[in-house]
Design a protein around this ligand. Structure first.
Ligand code: APR
Ligand code: PHB
Length: 390
């Protein structure tokens, strides 16, 4: 089989790239290891920057997002029993975020891809990349146990942190930077109304908690936990009790609990690989970088990579220009490192670090107090939260 762009992975990054390329008449094939049901049911974060919303509109997949997405003008930071509002719209000259689950973004993108080009190969096994430094790379894989080869002009590695693409770059070329945090997030999804109209990021002596939502009837919350915790030890009642204890009395009284639909424990990590291009292979999304979820930058960063990559490929096929291909890695990394810094900073500000001396906790408290009372600090927070410009 032949195509122009072979895309590895049908997460938001791979799907969005394929959709944008298709609008410009550029052919692609997506190779995905999992089944469609598995990809569509994965529960992920749910806060979209305006740039991400704009890109989904450009891709023609925003009808449901525009109908069902919730516009959020601000969020709250809670600590020491008080809560403080960060007025995103007021502090950024009118910018906001949209709450719409990544699960829904993925479903909308898959529906569009299947209807328009039907170019996703699900359950593609043993994917391997070849001849990446030539101008005709190929991707080998197994479909129903039968070896297949896909020849292409470019390979887009959109296969997440554990994918094959990043590992296909020689270690003499690839440099990685990593920080693992000494805690994880225990998440719960439930069909109960959110505790507040806006998200609440709570810093508590027992640890961080986040009160988020998927809709006005569906709550998504997280508590900081040890990475050794087992889900079996966390019946719903225990999670709700822990969540309630990390809220201000006013919000605690308003918390509505109910049976969980999903529960999970995820470790927190910051990670960046450089460079993002090796010959004709590009890395994008989680294949290239991971952020801790505090600040909700993961999906948004994947979208901005795809903004740059789709433009680079469109320019190439439109007139043979390789300038944007050459600058892809450099351009993306500038924005990636700023999002890494912001996610690391929010994580450091709001979590309890078990091995920190009391002095560090005092520094955190002072910084929290400063951030919520200084217009300058709140503006910097808001500017990053709504998303830095592309
Ligand atoms: N071959 C084929 N597909 C693979 C392989 C492989 N060897 N390895 C992984 N995949 C698939 C995964 O099954 C997954 O569907 O690649 C896809 C990667 O999707 P995501 O993990 O969603 O990554 P990405 O599209 O970059 O989206 C980034 O999603 O993971 C969140 O926090 C992340 O919000 C961020 C966003
Ligand atoms: C979520 O709703 O899942 C969510 C929201 C904000 C975050 C992280 C996750 O910072």
């Amino acid at each position: 089989m032949d195509t122009q762009v072979a895309i590895i992975g049908s997460g938001p990054a791979g799907l969005l790239l394929s959709q944008l390329l298709s609008l410009h008449g550029i052919r692609s094939v997506i190779l995905e290891r999992q089944t469609r049901a598995y990809v569509e049911d994965r529960i992920r974060a749910g806060v979209l920057e305006q740039g991400t919303v704009n890109l989904l509109r450009e891709a023609g997949v925003a009808d449901r997002l525009d109908r069902e997405g919730l516009t959020h003008d601000g969020f709250e930071i809670a600590f020491k029993g008080e809560h403080h509002r960060i007025d995103l719209r007021g502090l950024t000259g009118g910018k906001v975020v949209t709450v719409y689950g990544q699960t829904e973004v993925t479903r909308d993108l898959i529906a569009a891809r299947v209807a328009q080009d039907d170019n996703i190969v699900f359950e593609a096994g043993d994917v391997s990349l070849h001849d990446l430094e030539s101008d005709r790379p190929s991707v080998r894989y197994l479909k129903d146990g039968v070896p297949q080869e896909l020849r292409c002009d470019f390979v887009a590695g959109c296969d997440g942190f554990h994918g094959v693409s990043r590992r296909s770059i020689p270690s003499s070329v690839l440099k990685t930077y990593e920080q693992v945090y000494p805690f994880g997030w225990l998440g719960i999804l439930a069909d109960t109304p959110p505790v507040s109209d806006e998200l609440i990021y709570a810093s508590h002596d027992a640890g961080f908690a986040l009160f988020s939502m998927r809709s006005i009837a569906r709550t998504r919350c997280y508590i900081q936990c040890s990475v050794e915790e087992k889900l079996e030890d966390w019946p719903d009642d225990r999670i709700w009790a822990e969540l309630r204890s990390r809220l201000s009395p006013e919000h605690a009284a308003a918390l509505v609990t109910g049976p969980s639909i999903e529960k999970s424990i995820a470790p927190l990590r910051s990670f960046v690989a450089e460079p993002l291009r090796f010959g004709r292979l590009f890395l994008a999304g989680d294949a290239a970088h991971i952020v801790p979820p505090t600040g909700a930058k993961g999906l948004n960063l994947a979208a901005s990579d795809i903004h740059y990559l789709s433009r680079a490929l469109t320019a190439f096929y439109g007139g043979g220009s390789t300038a944007l291909i050459e600058s892809y890695s450099r351009t993306c990394l500038r924005r990636i490192w700023k999002s890494e810094r912001f996610s690391w900073w929010m994580t450091t500000l709001l979590h309890h670090f078990p091995d920190d001396p009391p002095f560090k906790r005092k520094m955190q408290e002072a910084e929290l107090d400063y951030v919520v009372h200084s217009e300058a600090a709140m503006t910097a927070l808001a500017e990053n939260y709504v998303g830095l410009p592309y």
